[in-house]
Ligand binder design. Structure first.
Ligand code: BGC
Length: 733
C-alpha cells in the first residue's frame, strides 16, 4: 500500500481501533490448536479485545492461520490484517542446534543459513514475525536461558545477532520465505542476580554499555524490524517502563524506528515489580517508555482510550505506535496479501526437506565441542563399543523452544546405530533424572520414574555391558527441561543418578568416551578427569543423532569452540574469560603470597575456557608477529602467526585474536576477542594467518561516558582459545 493510503487509513481509525492494534493476544484465544508460550491470564479478555487485536502469538499452521486471518479481516472495521508472531528460535519444523550450540560453531554464516531455512518453513505456516534473535549476553550458567544465547562474548554475540536478523529477514521482509526479526530481550535480561530467571539486574553503566548492549545494537543496525522489552529491572527500573533504555538508548542512540513489543504480560508485571500502582499506571508508564505492543496484558485496550481522553497520553504517541505497526504490516505486504506465504503445499514441500535436514546435520556437527581426547576418538568401526546412557534412547534432542518441531523426525542414537557399526550393544543404564527435586516445578506425575529395584537392574545391566566391551560411549546430560525459560539451577551439574551410572561404568571400563547433552555449561570435572574423551553436543536438533555418530566414527571432525566457559566448580559461577584484572592478580610467581585474588579450594579460571575446543588433529601456533610496533588512527596493523597442522588428519582450527588495553581511564579486561578465523589444513600443512587491527577495534566506554579509544600500549594475542598467554605489544598513537 502506498504511504499516503496508509496515512489515510490511520486517519480513519477510531481511538479504540488504534488501541486494538497495540494489543497482542494469544492465538489460543481464537484457536485451540495454538501453542501457549506463557501463563494464561485468569481474567478473560472481552470479545472486542480479540476482534480488534492487531496481532496474535502462537498460531502454528497454514490452515489455521488462513482461517483466522479471513475471519478476522471480514469483521474488522477497516479490514486490517492480523500480524502472526511466534518464537522461531532454532528452527521451525526442522530443528537446528540450540543457539548456545550455534554460538560454539563460531560460524555466524552457518547460523544465517539456519535462520533462512527456519524462516522459509515458518512463513509457509503463516508466521510473519519471529521472537528471535535473543541477543542477551550471558555469564551465569545457573540461568536456564543461557541455552538461547550465543554466549559470553559481546563481539561474538553481535555477529550472531546480525547473522540471524539477516537470515530471517533477507533483503526485505516482504519477500517470500522471510520473517521479520525481533531482537530480545532489551535489556540485559541475561544478567539476573544469582542466575534466577526474571530476577533483578544491577549493572553499572560501564558494564551495560561495554558488554550487554552491543549485540542488541548490532541487531538494530542489521535492520531488525522489532525489539522486545525484557522482564527484568535494570538498576531499579523495570525495562518495560524504562524510558532511559527505550527512548534514550534504543530509539535515540541506536536509531531504532521499528516496533517495540513488551514481553509476555510484562506491562502488567510493572505492578508486581512495585513500579506501578495499578493497571492504569502500568499503561501510562509503558506508553511513556514507548512500548508499541502490549503482549497479553490486555492493559492497553483497557486503558489507552481513557488515558488519551484524560490527556495523560497524547494522541500523537498512540499514532506513532500504530503507524509503526501499520508500516510493518505494509512492509510484509499484508494489505495486498494477508496470507503472505501461508499454504499447505508450501508446508509440505519445505518441512523437513532434504536441504533443511542436511543443513541441520551440518549445523549440529559443527556445534560439537571436543573437550578432551586421549586418542580414543574417532572410534574404529571394528571396536567393540557399548553404547550406554539415558540419551541413547530419546528423541528429546531439540531444546525447549522446539514445540513446532517434529519429534517423530528425530532418530534416537540407538535406532540408527546399525547404520554406523556392527557393534550395537548397549542400554540406557538409568533414567534421565532422580525421582527427587531435579525439576521442582514439574510434578512427579509428569515424569515416570522406575522403582528402586528397576533402577538397580538398569545399572547392573550397564555394568555388565561395559565389562564386555573394549570401549564404552556414555550419553549423559541435563534433562532437556532443565534448561530454557524458568529453568534456573543452583548447581549446573549432570543429574545425580547419571553420575552414579558414570562412576559404576568407569569402575569396570576405563576406556570411556562421554558425550554430554546440555543447554548450558556444566561442572564436569569428575567426568573430565576419568573419561578418555569428552564431547559436548548441546541439544543438537532434528539431525543430532546422526551428526553425533558421524563425529564419533570420524566421518566428521569436531571444530566447535566454547562460547561460554565451563566452570571448574559451580561455586566459581559466574566465571567468564573477559574479566577485569584485580590489584592482586593470582600470578604464578606470587604463589606463596597469601593475599592474592584467588580461591582457597579452586583455581580462578574455568575448567574449559571460552574459545576452547579440540579437533581430531593437533595444531601449533607460532608466536605473534606484528608488522609495526605502532598504530595510527586510520591505519591498520597486521598481526600474523603461522598455523601448522602437526597431527595426522585434516582439521579446522578457529584462530582467535584477543587484545588487551594495558591501561586506560576505565580498567579494561584481561583479554577481549576482536576477531577470529577458521582455517582448514591437511596433515603437515602450515599457513600464515594475518589479522588486521584498526583503531576502531580498540574503542570502549570511557570514563567520560563516551565511546572511543585511548592512546597507549596494547597486547595482541593469537591462539586456539582464550587462555592464550603469549603476546606482542604495540602502541596506539
Ligand atoms: C519469553 C519470550 C518469548 C515470549 C513469547 C516469554 O515468556 O520471555 O522470550 O518470546 O514469551 O513466547
Amino acid at each position: 500500500m502506498k504511504e499516503e493510503k496508509l496515512r489515510e487509513l490511520l486517519g480513519k481509525m477510531s481511538l479504540k481501533e488504534k488501541a486494538g492494534q497495540m494489543f497482542q493476544a494469544s492465538g489460543s484465544l481464537y484457536d485451540e490448536n495454538s501453542v501457549l508460550t506463557g501463563p494464561m491470564k485468569e481474567s478473560g479478555f472481552t470479545e472486542e479485545n480479540l476482534e480488534l487485536a492487531g496481532s496474535v502469538i502462537g498460531v502454528q499452521d497454514a490452515a489455521a492461520m488462513r482461517k483466522l486471518q479471513e475471519r478476522y479481516i471480514r469483521q474488522h472495521p477497516h479490514g486490517i490484517p492480523l500480524l502472526f508472531m511466534m518464537d522461531v528460535i532454532n528452527g521451525y519444523r526442522t530443528i537446528f542446534p540450540i543457539p548456545l550450540g550455534q554460538g560454539a560453531s563460531f560460524a555466524p554464516d552457518l547460523t544465517r543459513r539456519c535462520a533462512e531455512a527456519a524462516a522459509r518453513e515458518a512463513s509457509a505456516s503463516g508466521i510473519h514475525v519471529t521472537f528471535a534473535p535473543m541477543a542477551d549476553l550471558v555469564r551465569d550458567a545457573r540461568w536456564g536461558r543461557v541455552m538461547e544465547s550465543t554466549g559470553e562474548d559481546p563481539f561474538l554475540n553481535g555477529l550472531f545477532c546480525q547473522a540471524m536478523v539477516r537470515g530471517f529477514q533477507g533483503d526485505h521482509v516482504g519477500e517470500s520465505g522471510r520473517l521479520a526479526a525481533c531482537v530480545k530481550h532489551f535489556a540485559a535480561y541475561g544478567a539476573p542476580v544469582a542466575g534466577r530467571d526474571y530476577n533483578t539486574v544491577e549493572l553499572s553503566e560501564h558494564t551495560l554499555r561495554e558488554y550487554y548492549l552491543p549485540a542488541y545494537k548490532k541487531g538494530v543496525e542489521a535492520g531488525a524490524e522489532m525489539v522486545m522489552t525484557s522482564f527484568n529491572t535494570v538498576n531499579g527500573i523495570p525495562a518495560t517502563g524504562n524510558e532511559y533504555l527505550m527512548r534514550q538508548i534504543l530509539r535515540g542512540e541506536f536509531g531504532f524506528d521499528g516496533v517495540l513489543i513488551s514481553d509476555w504480560t510484562a506491562i502488567e508485571e510493572l505492578i508486581a515489580h512495585g513500579y506501578c500502582e495499578d493497571r492504569k499506571d502500568a499503561a501510562y508508564r509503558a506508553m511513556r517508555a514507548g512500548v508499541d505492543i502490549d503482549m497479553m496484558s490486555g492493559i492497553y485496550p483497557e486503558w489507552l482510550c481513557r488515558l488519551v481522553e484524560s490527556g495523560a497520553v497524547s494522541m500523537e504517541a498512540v499514532d506513532q505506535a500504530v503507524w509503526r505497526i501499520l508500516c510493518l504490516k505494509n512492509r510484509l505486504g499484508l494489505f495486498e496479501n494477508p496470507y503472505k506465504d501461508a499454504g499447505e503445499t508450501a508446508e509440505k514441500k519445505l518441512f523437513l526437506c532434504s536441504e533443511h535436514r542436511a543443513l541441520a546435520r551440518e549445523a549440529a556437527a559443527r556445534s560439537f565441542v571436543l573437550l578432551k581426547n586421549d586418542g580414543v576418538l574417532p572410534l574404529c568401526p571394528e571396536t567393540r563399543v557399548a553404547w550406554i546412557g539415558p540419551y541413547t534412547d530419546t528423541r528429546d534432542l531439540t531444546g525447549s523452544w522446539s514445540f513446532t518441531g517434529d519429534k517423530s523426525a528425530v532418530s534416537t542414537i540407538r535406532e540408527i546405530l546399525p547404520e554406523y557399526t556392527a557393534h550395537t550393544e548397549g542400554c540406557p543404564g538409568c533414567p534421565m533424572l532422580d525421582p527427587e527435586k531435579d525439576l521442582r516445578t514439574l510434578t512427579e506425575k509428569q515424569m515416570e520414574f522406575p522403582s528402586l529395584a528397576e533402577r538397580e537392574r538398569m545399572m547392573r545391566e550397564a555394568e555388565s555391558c561395559a565389562k564386555k566391551a573394549e570401549t564404552v560411549v556414555l550419553f549423559l546430560g541435563e534433562h532437556p527441561m532443565q534448561s530454557g525459560e524458568a529453568s534456573s539451577r543452583t548447581k549446573p551439574v549432570v543429574p545425580k543418578i547419571q553420575m552414579e551410572l558414570f562412576r559404576r561404568v568407569s569402575r569396570v571400563n576405563s576406556n570411556l568416551v562421554v558425550v554430554i547433552f546440555s543447554g548450558r555449561p556444566l561442572e564436569i570435572r569428575e567426568i573430565s578427569e576419568k573419561a578418555k574423551a569428552v564431547l559436548v553436543v548441546w541439544l543438537p536438533g532434528t539431525e543430532g543423532a546422526r551428526a553425533i555418530l558421524e563425529t564419533l566414527m570420524g566421518e566428521r571432525t569436531p571444530e566447535g569452540k566454547l562460547s561460554m566457559s565451563f566452570p571448574w566448580d559451580t561455586g566459581q559461577i559466574p566465571v567468564y574469560y573477559n574479566e577485569d584484572p584485580t590489584g592482586r592478580p593470582d600470578l604464578e610467581e606470587k604463589k606463596e603470597d597469601r593475599f592474592r585474588s584467588r580461591y582457597l579450594d579452586a583455581p580462578n579460571g574455568a575448567l574449559y575456557p571460552f574459545g576452547f575446543g579440540l579437533t581430531y588433529t593437533r595444531f601449533r601456533v607460532s608466536p605473534v608477529q606484528l608488522d609495526s610496533s605502532v598504530l595510527y588512527p586510520g591505519e591498520t596493523l597486521k598481526a600474523s602467526v603461522i598455523l601448522e597442522n602437526t597431527g595426522s588428519r585434516q582439521g579446522t582450527e578457529t584462530l582467535q585474536l584477543y587484545i588487551r588495553d594495558v591501561s586506560a581511564s576505565v580498567v579494561r579486561p584481561v583479554k577481549e576477542l576482536r576477531d577470529f578465523r577458521k582455517v582448514t589444513l591437511l596433515p603437515g600443512e602450515s599457513r600464515e594467518v594475518t589479522f588486521e587491527i584498526r583503531e576502531e577495534q580498540l574503542r570502549f566506554w570511557r570514563a567520560d561516558g563516551t565511546f572511543g579509544s585511548e592512546k597507549g600500549r596494547f597486547q595482541v594475542f593469537i591462539g586456539q582459545d582464550s587462555s592464550v598467554r603469549e603476546f606482542e605489544n604495540f602502541e596506539l598513537l
